[in-house]
Design a protein around this ligand. Structure first.
Ligand SMILES: C[S@@+](CC[C@H](N)C(=O)[O-])C[C@H]1O[C@@H](n2cnc3c(N)ncnc32)[C@H](O)[C@@H]1O
Length: 355
């Protein structure tokens, strides 16, 4: 059972998100966001609540208690990074797969491919919406933790939606009074969005964050997205496929999807050549997919409107029409032969009768 403290904290977080969404519906995402970032008092209250909540969730003793059984998102992120860069060398396996894909497509080759030439001793991690810097103590991470309203002193303040990204010969983080003014492109091996995207009230803002992450990552670097999801795995399947499509369009390949009790963990990799993910998105696009990053809260119906089977069938492509016409022609021909045969048969019978 969740404690009263837990429930109160969860209510603060929930109502905060609801009021931002409400403001967005009334005034549009941009105006709502401008007003939102000025509410320093409310932001601070949210940061404190989120920090305390996370401590409850991450507390090992709570993992067996009902309602708090979610496996740690922080632990999951650390373990995946370790496996990807060091222990299982997943990045090499995914590299070979992308090379094979390029080889199998006519007109494509690896001349434009970009690789991560060396894996550094410490993985440079950009934790966006970090809140309380949960990765600070990981020995093989070099963390840049940023947040709109930091809960702890080791997190830098910035609005990731409006921070500049700069290409530099000597990459560094631009700082003014502990506020990040710019971030270096093609620098990080890993960008983490843990419970960040659903904070944003609009799909465009979420896309803006992901395309910034793409610019900040080195080739073959990874974007880890942790998103809250207490439903069963099939409930948001269409929505998750749409996310994959949109991130493919941005140059990312999805390399991991794991549904845990209250969260979904996703990993996208900056492909060695953006043409791979772009082509992948074209080949796997389904009729309901659009370039968007929606979440269940965006629509009152709670799920992405996936057309029914009936509707999908009615969307005939020119190829399908050609096949149908060919079948109709075949049927007409068969009918014509049959009628001819019948006519001749009757003629013969009539002739016999007359003679
Ligand atoms: C739900 S909390 C998640 C905190 C932490 N990452 C975790 O997994 O527990 C979302 C955090 O994202 C931060 N955030 C939201 N929009 C942001 C933005 N545009 N730039 C930086 N941080 C942002 C919020 O201030 C908040 O601390």
């Amino acid at each position: 059972m969740a404690t009263n403290e837990h429930k109160n904290l969860a209510n603060i977080v929930k109502s905060f998100h609801e009021s931002l969404r409400h403001l967005c519906q009334q005034q549009g995402a941009q105006e709502a966001w401008k007003k939102h970032v000025k509410q320093r008092g409310r932001l601070k209250e949210y940061a404190t609540a989120m920090h305390k909540l996370a401590q409850i969730w991450e507390d090992k003793d709570n993992t067996s208690k009902e309602g708090l059984e979610a496996r740690s998102r922080i632990k999951w992120t650390i373990e995946f990074c370790l496996a990807y860069f060091y222990t299982e060398l997943i990045y090499l396996e995914k590299r070979s797969r992308e090379q094979r894909l390029l080889d199998s497509w006519t007109g494509f080759d690896c001349s434009q491919c970009r690789y991560m030439k060396n894996v550094p001793e410490k993985i440079k991690v950009l934790d966006v919406g970090s809140c309380f810097n949960p990765f600070a103590k990981v020995p093989y991470f070099e963390v840049t933790a940023v947040d709109l309203c930091p809960a702890t002193d080791d997190v830098l303040q910035t609005d990731f939606l409006n921070v500049q990204v700069k290409s530099m010969e000597n990459p560094k983080v631009g700082l003014e009074n502990n506020t990040v003014t710019y971030l270096p492109t093609i620098y990080y091996e890993c960008v983490v969005f843990s419970l960040l995207l659903e904070y944003m009230p609009s799909s465009e803002q979420r896309i803006n964050c992901c395309s910034k992450a793409y610019e900040l990552l080195r080739p073959e670097g990874i974007l880890i997205i942790i998103t809250p999801d207490s439903d069963h795995v099939g409930r948001n399947a269409a929505l998750m496929k749409n996310w994959r499509y949109t991130l493919n369009c941005l140059g990312f390949m999805r390399i991991r999807f794991e549904k845990l009790p209250h969260i979904t963990c996703l990993v996208f990799r900056k492909a060695i050549d953006p043409r791979i993910s772009e082509r992948w998105s074209i080949l796997h696009k389904e009729s309901y997919m659009t370039f968007s990053l929606k979440i269940p809260q965006d629509s009152k119906s709670k799920t992405l409107a996936v057309p029914s089977r009936k509707k999908q069938k009615s969307a005939y492509s020119p190829e399908k029409w050609k096949t149908i016409l060919a079948w109709i022609c075949k049927l007409m021909k068969a009918l014509w032969i049959y009628l001819n045969y019948l006519f001749q048969f009757r003629m013969k019978v009539g002739h016999h009768r007359n003679t």
